[in-house]
Write a protein that binds this ligand. Structure first.
Ligand code: ADP
Ligand code: MG
Length: 255
């Protein structure tokens, strides 16, 4: 069942059309990769969905009901969680403190024990390999940090989770760990939107691959589409072929 539906989403920054007429569907239990060259509009799309930049036009629907996402709090209450590329973790604080930053369990005092138990529970569900929830973030690997940031976003019980370049700057083993984690999110029934530059990572976990080019939809492919097909949609290498085919059809019609 489709959870999130975008139709005709456009966003301009002055003279720049960052997004033009974007359509997107994401169902629960589905991993949709969004790929595209620099400037394709990926980050802008993430920001529209996370309430950072409201779109100029178009509709966003949840379970078929049109919604607005005027600010980040609205995105979270709709059940759209975003893990931004910078992760926004506090290096000097431990895992528990980072998970609950800003929404600590207080009843009536700060309930450290309850937070620690919840933290272990959540990381356990994600099969995360974190040595201790009392480890400061600074001592964790990039993959472990990504895991903590994802775990934190799950505390709000989202239905859609957006991951912006979750494997950028990770080594092979850590990338595998994060890709496993993404599969676990899918198993939990979440709709996952994964922004990535890395075709291997995309192929490893995505159910569908959506290509953006120059702020527009430029293909929606099954995970087993050939790399050449996807790369040419990303780079526009097939643009001329498409134009040529259209011209030939037109000419044929006139004969
Ligand atoms: N805040 C902004 N102000 C002006 N232009 C922006 C802003 N954010 C993005 N853009 C422009 O919108 C286009 C799409 O950018 P972006 O969404 O960052 O692409 P991607 O993440 O795919 O590299 C680019 O031309 C970029 O320069
Ligand atoms: Mg970007």
């Amino acid at each position: 069942m489709t959870a999130l539906t975008l139709r005709g989403i456009s966003k301009r920054f002055g003279a720049v059309n960052a997004l033009t007429d974007i359509d997107l569907d994401v169902a629960g239990g589905e991993v949709v990769a969004i790929v595209g060259d620099n400037g394709a509009g990926k980050s802008t799309l993430v920001k529209v969905l996370s309430g950072v930049h409201p779109p100029d036009s178009g509709t966003i629907s949840f379970d078929g009901v049109p919604v607005t996402v005027p600010n980040p709090a609205a995105a979270i209450s709709l059940g759209i969680a975003t893990v931004f590329q910078d992760l926004a973790l506090c290096e000097n604080l431990d895992v528990v403190a980072n998970l609950f930053l800003g929404h600590e369990l207080v009843r009536p005092r700060l309930d450290e024990v309850a937070m620690e138990v919840r933290a272990w529970g959540l990381l356990g569900e994600l099969s995360a390999r974190i040595p201790s929830v009392r480890t400061p973030i600074a001592a964790l690997s990039g993959g472990q940090r990504q895991t903590v940031a994802i775990a934190r976003s799950l505390l709000g019980d989202p239905r859609i989770i957006i991951l912006d370049e979750p494997t950028a700057a990770l080594g092979v083993a850590q990338t595998a760990e994060v890709l496993d984690l993404i599969e676990r999110l899918r198993e939990r029934g979440l709709g996952v939107i994964m922004i990535s530059h890395n075709m291997d990572d995309v192929r490893a976990v995505a159910d569908r691959i959506v290509v953006l080019r120059l702020g527009r939809n430029n293909g929606d492919f099954p995970a087993d589409a050939s790399t050449e097909t996807i790369v040419s949609a990303i780079t526009g290498a097939d643009d001329n072929a498409v134009t040529r085919r259209a011209r030939r059809r037109k000419e044929a019609d006139h004969v």
